[in-house]
Write a protein that binds this ligand. Sequence first.
Ligand code: 3NM
Length: 233
Amino acid sequence: HERNATGSLLPANGTAARIDWIRSRMPLYLVMGSVNCRQAPDQVLEQAIAGGITLFQYREKGKQALCGQEYVELARRLQDICHKHQIPFIVNDDLELALELDADGVHVGQNDEPAEWIRQRLGPNKIVGVSAHSLKEASRAIAAGADYLGIGPIYPTSSKDDAEPVRGTEVIQQVRRSGLTIPLVGIGGIHEHNAAPVIHDGADGVAVISAITAAAAPAEAAKHLKKAIAQRL
Ligand code: 3NM
């Protein structure tokens, strides 16, 4: 196995091959930190990979979030698991950690460091993801060099304290209707029984926290989500 799941494999910026590659990673995107897990995060991630997730984001946020050395150590362990299975490892909102670990990319929200800056610091060989909650934010993120968008919250979520108002798939539809073809996932309250409309309305995949991390059997939960999505792709 290659140590870096993407790195040299990621096609050059602006090419159709790169966009296809990123899109192929969108179907089932697990976002997770220790706070979200009922079992050891390492085990949840292993099971989620066994169940078929295609991309992973380390998002260590919330009151009980790890910090300092523990935060970095968990990141390293989860990155190792991702590498072992060739799943790209994305870091949420922490450029310095991503650089230190040589992560595959960074995901930022609207209140985090600007995407232009993230792209400039990471260079062209890494993945930059941006959360967008409107067509305007989506267009700006694309201009800033985003490789993919996370659009949400699609449904009510209890995994993010400062979530924006629920918009259903409206913003995804607006983005697609305006002709933007950038790879994108829907996020927020998505589970196996409500994932299909998200894909139907234009997303390339779904990003989930609790549907997998809070499941009694994360591998089964991931498998069922994968199935619900595949029926629509
Ligand atoms: N971002 P769950 S919603 C991390 O709307 C995150 O941008 C959102 O968790 C956004 O799958 C969200 O448990 C939480 O609802 C997703």
